[in-house]
Ligand binder design. Sequence first.
Ligand SMILES: Nc1nc2c(ncn2[C@@H]2O[C@H](COP(=O)(O)OP(=O)(O)OP(=O)(O)O)[C@@H](O)[C@H]2O)c(=O)[nH]1
Ligand SMILES: [Mg+2]
Length: 157
Amino acid sequence: MKAPKIWKLCVIGDKAVGKTSLIRRFVYGTFEPEVEETLESRAYKKKFGDVTFLIWDVSVYEQNIKPILSGAKAVIIVGDLTRKETLDTMNQISQFLDGHKGERVFVANKSDLKYMAQFWKDDLEEICDGVAPYFLTSAKTGENVDDVFKYILEDAV
Ligand SMILES: Nc1nc2c(ncn2[C@@H]2O[C@H](COP(=O)(O)OP(=O)(O)OP(=O)(O)O)[C@@H](O)[C@H]2O)c(=O)[nH]1
Ligand SMILES: [Mg+2]
């Protein structure tokens, strides 16, 4: 019997950008307009292809994120398209991750509210710096959410 492949992923980003909503959309296929803030980091499990993802929803209150990020195959850095300051946080996180081994993926969430967008693809291209991919997602409609995980499954080394 082949040993199951378990990949740890981490979802991180500014407050209320939709980290929990994105994970719930992917894992359960649901969306809720009212979500409780995530006080403590926790993991969700989802089998995808021949891999089991262990997806960590990293709380903004996490005191020590290094152990949580340790061993992650990929880190999903999330921002909220309707709040420019969340892009700055994405950038800061990305710099903090320099030297971290796993893959890095940028996600600008709430694309269903694109008429309120405060940043767009050109800004994302800048922070990706040609080395990481970015996705515009909506946890509300589900747009592109699976594609983020599909990318990690197929392209993460
Ligand atoms: N319109 C829209 N609302 C969204 C989307 N994703 C999340 N939300 C809403 O944004 C709010 C915050 O979502 P959460 O999933 O709690 O965000 P979070 O990043 O986990 O927040 P914290 O755990 O508090 O840091 C909730 O009211 C969600 O319903 C989206 O794609 N579109
Ligand atoms: Mg949350």
